[in-house]
Structure formats: structure tokens, C-alpha cells
Design a protein around this ligand. Sequence first.
Ligand code: SF4
Length: 344
Amino acid sequence: MLDWYDAHARLLPWRLGPSPRRRPDPYRVWLSEIMLQQTTVATVIPYFAAFTKRWPDVGALAHARLDDVLHAWQGLGYYARARNLHQCAKTVSAEGAGNFPETTEELEALPGIGPYTAAAIAAIAFDRPATVVDGNVERVIARLFGVTETLPAARERIRSLAAELTPHVRPGDYAQGLMDLGAGVCRPRKPACGSCPLSASCIAFKKGLAEELPRRAAKPVRPTRRGFAYWAVRPDGAVMLRKRPAKGLLGGMMEVPSGVWREGEIAPATADADAPFAADWRPLPGTVGHVFTHFRLEVTVLAARLEGGHGMADGAVWCPPERLGDHALPTVMKKIAAHALAKF
Ligand code: SF4
């Protein structure tokens, strides 16, 4: 595995140390691992470059304004990660004088760092023999050992099999090697078993099951939630935005004022009850759809042109449409704004 890694390691910005065999900067490893949760390497690379240019170390990020961090995070989704990222930077700066702890236990005590991320940082940044099991590694181990039970139930067995293999020699490179193998060779479709360093011991390969594993239990159907968003336009063309409550989905992000998202059909009367203030709200044709991890969202946009005196929702700001990009609008809110601009 290590020989293969030495020859085939992916060149990723967070891995580039000052010279070969030097450990990478823990700040960069941590930042990349937080960004990579739920996000692909290709998407993360430009965000990683922008963040490290603007905030080159953990102290700089700790001193950033949360709004600036959320704004720079726009498009990566799962904004709780950005808030935890900022909180974690502050904690490491204040309690560790800018140094990340090295053990998985201490790392897990930090905001936004779960067992997987703690293991990845301990292994990659500090060369600790922590067992790192991301989706790629899970697939490699399931195939290598021929695990035919379905996920997620098989996860615990795969973890303990992976733990048995974790070496004490260069555990960080081993962890990254296994991740790279899963990403480039032991791919979900058409694994390149012919060029895999593990093929001689791989049960799935021997049994011709490689592409079938790991098996997954059928996914529960995503429910649909529905709600209203309110596009209020002032006589000078400015539109209303407001900040969502700090807790909950998209917490602390800016929004086109929105009502509650409810499962099932929603009664038209809800539109008035959820409105940020009373106005002549008219529905725009069509709806805006967005898929979150646990549900689909369908939003009907109501618009009102305000003449003279106008209402004002709590914590709201007025924004000219051409300045919408100045605000930390999550993707769903960008879609709502684009829909309103096109239809109203
Ligand atoms: Fe994956 Fe094939 Fe390698 Fe087995 S031999 S680990 S299935 S690429």
C-alpha cells in the first residue's frame, strides 16, 4: 500500500508540505477535512485556495468575522460546518495557542470534529495510527474482505476490519493511500482491479463481486416539505432580506424572508400567517425546488410591491437586486431570488 502511495499519491493542495516527508500543516489538513465532509475534492479545491489565501493560519481565521466566513463558504452547503469551523478556530487559538491537539480524543472535543475527521487529522497531520474510514475506504475494505452484509448495518464490521489493518509504520501515508486507492482505482463503478496493489488478497476480486460491493439497504424515500418565501420590493427596487435564527437549518444565513417548511400540503391561509408583515402578497407562477439531505423542499414565492410606507421584518435589510451577491445567501435562497427576479 505504501509503495503504491509513494508512486501514485494524488497531489492535493493540503498535502503539499515544504519538502517531502515533512508532515503537512495541521491547519490545512483540518480545513480540508471539514470542507470535504459531504463535498467532492474537485469542489473543495478552489474554496480551500481562497480560504488559505485570506486566512493563512488558524489565528487569522479565529479573528475573522463569522459573516465573512459564511460568505466565503457560500456554495459549499451544510453551513453548520462553517459556523463550527469558525468556533473551532477560536478554541484552538485561545486554548491551544494556535496548535491543534494530536490525539483523536482531544480532537473530537473540538467543535465540528466527529470521529472520522478526528481520525483523519490525527493520522494525516500527526502520523498517529488512527483508523480513517471514509466512503472510499469503506468500499475498499468491504471488497478486500468480501463483506456481503448491507450498509449501514455492515459499517461496524468494516470499521473493525479496517482497524486491524492500520499499521504503526507511516499510518498517515497509509490512510491517505487507502483513500486515494478508493478514489482512483477501487472506484464504485468499473474498479481497475488489474492495477490494484491489493488484488492478490482481494476476496471480491477473486469471487467476481467487486462492482457489487458494498451492498446497501434500500434508502427511505425523502419526504417533501413545502413553504412560502416572501419577495418584498420597495419603490426604489430594493428587496428585503433577513437573517435566519442562529439555530436550525441554514442558521445565521441570510434569507428571502421565509415561512415554516411543513410536510404535506399547506393551506393557502398559511401564506398570510407566515408573512413577515401584512401586504398584498401575490403568488408567482411555478415553485422553487431544492433537495436537502433529509427532505425535498418546494417553495412558492409570494411577491409584493410596497408603495410609500412599508413593513419591516425583524433583523431585515434592504438590498438592491444587483447587490444580492454581497450577502451570504445559501443555494436555496439564491434559487428563490433568481425565480422571483425572473417572474416578478
Ligand atoms: Fe478494489 Fe479490485 Fe483492488 Fe479489490 S482488487 S481492492 S475490488 S480495485
